[in-house]
Design a protein around this ligand. Structure first.
Ligand SMILES: [Zn+2]
Ligand SMILES: [Zn+2]
Length: 931
């Protein structure tokens, strides 16, 4: 059997289809992993890395005194499977294989993934032949060629990847642990440090400092407006920026008509067609269309896996000679881009454009198949179209501009106007992403005199450098050799998810700054790009087999030890610096009660704002649970309360701005306070003045305290406390009802749960009990669709019945048995015959009677008489003696209250028949047999 291992499931499927040609591919699912078979071949996809590197056991305890952060540097490294099912399947298949082909992506990462697969195969089948298929696009031509000419796995390339994996693990884990422990941060607040991540963060922090330290300089610009044949246009003073206001003003005053044309310069400008896409330029261009770097790469990868574009991780900007540009044009012809393709074919430039970087691994990103908007969907289409148009642009002629420059003299002051007109759109016809702005000036002759319509002196300021956008940052990272084409966008994503940076353009958060400051002061190596660049260079040497993996790792270990020498010497200092800088991160503003700091506190899944004066000051504001997003403070402040606004952030969701926490706390509690019958606007105001905002605040204080706070007598205050307790109960029930509605009624546009809930309240339905008694029509009126209304009623009835049974005193263990037997309401227990209940649940009849008694009392009904186990046993024998009466019939008779000869004799056959479904005649037969 020939086993083929690819990087992902989707590529396995496509490669199988291509290699199978006409033949049918058999898809098998084995423990959630798909395999694709045809002929003698089986293709299976990995999930990228299926094993990961980790420290040998014993290093998980962060606070271990023997295994300090520094010991991680020399800790043994082990590989362990992360995708057990895939690993098992590969090994199962590998045992039967006589040839294995590794067909993972062709780059360092792909080679390493391939080597991991290689090791898994070797472990179970040491003798099998293993080769490697290399391709840059999952297209029929490339795939067939790759499998016809397989090569060997490149162990040097894989070793380079392994070196990076190990170094990253060691640096990241040791430094993260050290810094987090020093600053006493754990859980979600750990301070992560990384070999590429930290220098990248440092760049963002540095830029922010530059902006903050920037002192704007004033300058003045002088310009005039003139006119020829009804066309007005602007000319600027040739001095450009005046830094001296008086000089500018003097120049303005000297500017007098006539405005004489002193020079006319006409020319042409070539507007070069863009170069082929490498990863960085692709990300930058996609950013202009609104895609974040991570999103652009995710979509590009998806397009690659599905065969629409070539491999999107490439540093190459020169089309290799082997790439058939004609073939690609033919592929695109006839489709959506037909007109553009035909135009390019007719006007094609002699050689395609080329960028500065040329490498041999992958070609620049280019389309590999035709597609349509319908097939791809909006987002993928936008990215695909960008790749197609870029490809077409690289084969198109340059654009040409006609330029005009006029120089004027106005009584000794010189002015200049520049115009540009597109005379040949060239590549711009097929690549509309960058705007071509024309400035068309009227034709002028030298010596011509023009009027001055307007003269303007504008005051301006120099601007600070701009913050980095994601795509700009990726460009700079590339220039500095930080990260690789495959990892740069991921690094930025990590900085965002770890809340070191926020916004776009990117700004550092307080924590981000604190970490960089601490590292800058005590371990500058980590924030400077040199170290990381050195490693990238070493990796190149490993790839070329000029250095060994272990040698590079050893050197890196030594470097990290030197870093730790410095860090450990200043541990407490570093911790204090960070803690001091980040305390502010959680501080919201002054406590309205005592004036000390209010801070955001997290504990488990809940979060709240508490006073730092606790326990002396107990003021606090509740916040929605972290499931709604983690609370952070923003830069905005409430003018009334002087508190920072709160935002809830959650990965993958739009942030939720709560505004001022106190304003929102007050307004969201007013309705609840009005549930108290004695609540008046005046009382509300007095409560607010004393910072008592919620029903539970009132319920939680003593009548004495409350009387003092709002100026009533103790008795009245006691009444208020009781009212608050009642209101809390109502709220508790409402929230239970709300939860149920939210669970059952599907949300839809224009039908929010809040609205439905308000309607229900208006109908007097404020808890589950009320809901269980409601009619479907009422629920429909409240905006709930019929099916959901029925389900809601059923659920409410079930819950309130269960609750009633529990309240009546039926013990939990027995309750469970009744429910399992389908007896879920108090009525059921009270009205169903005891033998039936006992038979259905297996509970002793005496015990059943005890429960029935409890429930009947609860319902205010008389309790039926006891039926003992002996009576039932005897009756059972009596009844089973009747010919034709078996166990099944007996069970049915129980339901009708018939459990022995006597009850049968006295029964009304008609009634028994209607309850049990046994024909009347048969019941007559049973009775007559008794006689
Ligand atoms: Zn306080
Ligand atoms: Zn406020």
């Amino acid at each position: 059997m020939h086993l083929i291992i690819t990087e992902k499931n989707i590529s396995a499927k496509r490669i199988a289809q291509i290699l199978a040609g006409e033949e049918k591919v058999k898809t098998t699912k084995d423990g959630n992993v798909f395999t694709y078979s045809f002929d003698d071949r089986t293709v299976v996809g990995l999930k990228g890395h299926v094993v990961e590197v980790d420290f040998e056991p014993g290093y998980t305890n962060w606070r271990s005194t023997t295994h300090t952060p520094r010991t991680l540097i020399d800790a043994g490294i082990v590989k362990k499977p992360t995708e057990k099912k895939i690993v098992n399947l590969i090994q199962k298949l590998a045992k039967k294989a006589d040839l294995v082909t590794i067909a993972t992506d062709f780059d360092t990462e792909g080679e390493l993934i391939g080597k991991e697969a290689y090791e898994l195969v070797r472990a179970v089948n040491p003798g099998v032949r293993i080769n490697r298929a290399r391709f840059s696009a999952i297209t029929p031509a490339e795939i067939r060629a790759a499998f016809e000419n397989p090569v060997e796995l490149d162990f040097d390339l894989a070793a380079a990847g392994e070196a990076r994996q190990t170094v990253d693990l060691m640096w990241g884990a040791a430094l993260t642990r050290f810094l987090s422990l020093a600053a006493r941060r754990g859980g979600r607040d750990i301070l992560s440090v990384g070999r590429v991540q930290s220098p990248t963060l440092a760049m963002i922090v540095d830029r922010e400092r530059e902006i903050e330290n920037f002192v704007p300089q004033k300058y003045w610009q002088l310009s005039l407006t003139t006119e020829k044949d009804g066309t007005t246009f602007e000319a600027r003073h040739t001095a450009g920026r005046f830094t001296d206001y008086n000089a500018a003003l003097a120049a303005k005053e000297r500017t007098k008509e006539p405005l004489v044309v002193t020079e006319v310069k006409e020319g042409q400008k070539i507007d070069r067609a863009p170069t082929p896409f490498d990863t960085t330029t692709f990300i930058v261009s996609a950013a202009r269309l609104g895609f974040s770097a991570a999103n652009a790469m995710r979509i590009a990868e998806d397009l690659y896996m599905n065969g629409y574009i070539s491999y999107p991780r490439t540093d190459n900007t020169v089309y290799p000679g082997s790439l058939s540009l004609n073939g690609i044009l033919e592929t695109l012809k006839g489709g959506v881009f037909d007109k553009d393709v035909v135009w390019v074919q007719r006007n094609r430039r002699s050689t395609p454009t080329r960028g500065k970087k040329e490498s041999t691994d992958h070609p620049p990103i280019h389309p590999t198949a035709a597609a349509t908007r319908e097939v791809l969907g909006e987002e993928r289409w936008k990215v695909y179209e960008l790749v197609v148009r870029r490809f077409l642009a690289t084969l198109s002629p340059d654009a040409k501009w006609a330029t005009t420059q006029y120089t004027f003299d106005a009584s000794g002051e010189t002015y200049r106007a520049t115009g540009g007109r597109l005379i040949d759109a060239g590549w711009r016809r097929v690549y509309p992403y960058s705007e071509a702005k024309e400035t068309i000036l009227p034709g002028l002759r030298q010596g011509e005199k023009l009027p001055i319509k307007d003269l303007k002196l504008e005051e301006k300021e120099t601007q600070p450098p701009a913050r980095y956008s994601q795509s700009r940052l990726i460009q700079v990272m590339e220039e500095l050799g930080l990260g690789t084409k495959s990892t740069r966008h991921e690094v930025i994503g990590k900085l965002i998810s770890r809340r070191y940076v926020e916004g776009n353009p990117l700004r550092p958060t307080l924590v981000g700054r604190a970490v960089i400051d601490a590292l800058d002061n005590h371990a500058a190596t980590i924030t400077e790009p040199e170290m990381t660049r050195t490693l990238e260079e070493h990796m190149q040497l490993i790839k070329q087999n000029r250095r060994s993996r272990d040698d590079v790792i050893t050197e890196s270990r030594q470097m990290l030890h030197r870093v730790f020498d410095n860090l450990e010497a200043h541990e407490s200092e570093i911790g204090e610096e960070i803690m001091e800088q980040t305390a502010e991160e959680h501080t919201v503003g002054p406590c309205p009660v005592c004036g000390q700091d209010l801070r955001i506190r997290h504990s488990g899944g809940s979060q709240f704002i508490g006073c730092s004066g606790y326990p002396e000051c107990r003021f606090n504001i509740s916040l929605p649970g972290t499931a709604w997003g983690r609370a952070i403070r923003t830069d905005k402040t409430c003018e009334k309360h002087n508190l920072a606004h709160i935002r809830l952030i959650k990965k993958g969701a739009r942030p939720w701005d709560m505004g001022c926490p106190l304003c929102s706390h007050i307004s969201s509690n007013i309705e609840a306070l009005h549930l108290m019958p004695s609540m008046t606007d005046d009382l509300l105001q007095r409560l607010h003045e004393k910072h008592i905002y919620t029903v539970s605040d009132i319920a939680g204080i003593s009548p004495e305290e409350l009387a003092e706070a709002v100026g009533t007598d103790i008795e009245e205050a006691g009444g208020l406390v009781r009212e608050a307790e009642d209101a809390l109960e109502i709220l508790r029930r409402r929230s239970e009802l709300r939860k149920l509605v939210r669970k059952i009624v599907p949300p839809r546009k224009g039908r929010s749960h809040a609205k439905i809930f308000r309607n229900l309240l208006e109908e007097g339905i404020g808890d589950l009990q009320a809901l269980s008694l409601a009619e479907v029509a009422t629920l429909k009126k409240a905006g709930i669709p019929e099916t959901a209304a029925n389900e809601l009623l059923e659920e409410a009835r079930r819950i309130s019945s269960e609750r009633a049974l529990r309240e009546a005193g039926v013990p939990a263990v027995s309750l469970k048995k009744y429910l399992e037997a389908g007896i879920s309401s108090p009525e059921g227990l009270c009205y169903l015959p005891i033998p039936y209940l006992a038979a259905k649940t297996g509970i002793n009849p005496e015990t059943v009677h005890k429960h029935v008694d409890l429930v009947c009392r609860y319902l205010g009904r008389p309790t039926p008489p006891k039926v003992s186990r002996q009576v039932i046993e005897r009756g059972r024998k009596e009844l089973l003696e009747i010919p034709g009466l078996g166990e099944a019939t007996l069970q049915r008779l129980y339901l009708a209250g018939v459990y022995d000869a006597e009850t049968l004799r006295e029964a009304d056959p008609e009634e028994v028949s209607s309850i049990t479904g046994i024909p009347k005649a048969r019941i007559h037969d049973y009775i007559s047999h008794l006689k």
